[in-house]
Design a protein around this ligand. Structure first.
Ligand code: PNS
Length: 179
């Protein structure tokens, strides 16, 4: 190896898709690990009009962009419809998914095989986050934050601030004025 800093694996591009409502330290860990293997990662934020996310698609994309603003090898996009169609439109044949625990495996396997059925040219690449994030999910972060629990060790600082603002806004809008 000419440059010891250079990973012998690092080449090609990959897509890291998800809802990211919001992005957690577990997602960040997977992205950082992914950068050791791939030259560029496109973080693909699902735009799902049927679900009512806590953060809009734009808010989720903007947060991830800001978190990785100094990392030129990360691009952030939103997508709707089939993931494999998005991957094809980007010309990227690899999808990264994180596996936290055995319990993730069944759903992830189904999704990977369905994607392979739809697009045999696209491979799913599973990565394990640091074990300290094995209990972490965006759903739980939202729930804990909405109930007033501390999430500062679970999400980037920017996300923690945005969660606080968002929850304060929701609480204000639900406040019934006393006449
Ligand atoms: O963060 P999530 O919610 O676990 O991410 C799930 C995601 C966005 C990867 C998955 O729902 C997805 O790929 N949705 C796009 C629609 C699609 O392609 N469905 C068929 C795959 S089985």
């Amino acid at each position: 190896m000419k440059n010891p800093q250079e990973s012998p694996f690092k080449k090609g591009r990959a897509i890291y898709p998800g809802s990211f409502d919001p992005i957690t330290n577990g997602h960040v860990d997977i992205i950082e690990r992914g950068l050791k293997v791939f030259e560029e990662i496109v973080v693909a934020v699902l735009e799902n009009p049927k679900k009512a996310p806590l953060f809009s698609t734009k808010e989720r994309v903007d947060m991830i962009r800001e978190i990785f603003s100094r990392q030129a090898r990360i691009r952030v996009r939103s997508f709707h419809g089939l993931l494999v169609e998005f991957a094809r439109s980007e010309g990227i044949p690899v999808v990264i998914r994180g596996l936290r625990a055995i319990s993730d495996f069944e759903y992830e396997l189904q999704m990977a095989l369905m994607n392979r059925n739809l697009a045999p040219d696209i491979e799913t690449f599973f990565m394990m986050p640091n074990v300290r994030y094995s209990f972490l999910s965006s759903n739980l972060v939202r729930e804990v934050a909405l109930l007033g629990g501390a999430v500062d060790a679970l999400v980037p600082g920017l996300v923690e601030r945005k969660l606080r603002d968002k929850i304060a806004k929701i609480k204000r809008s639900k406040r019934i004025p006393i006449s």
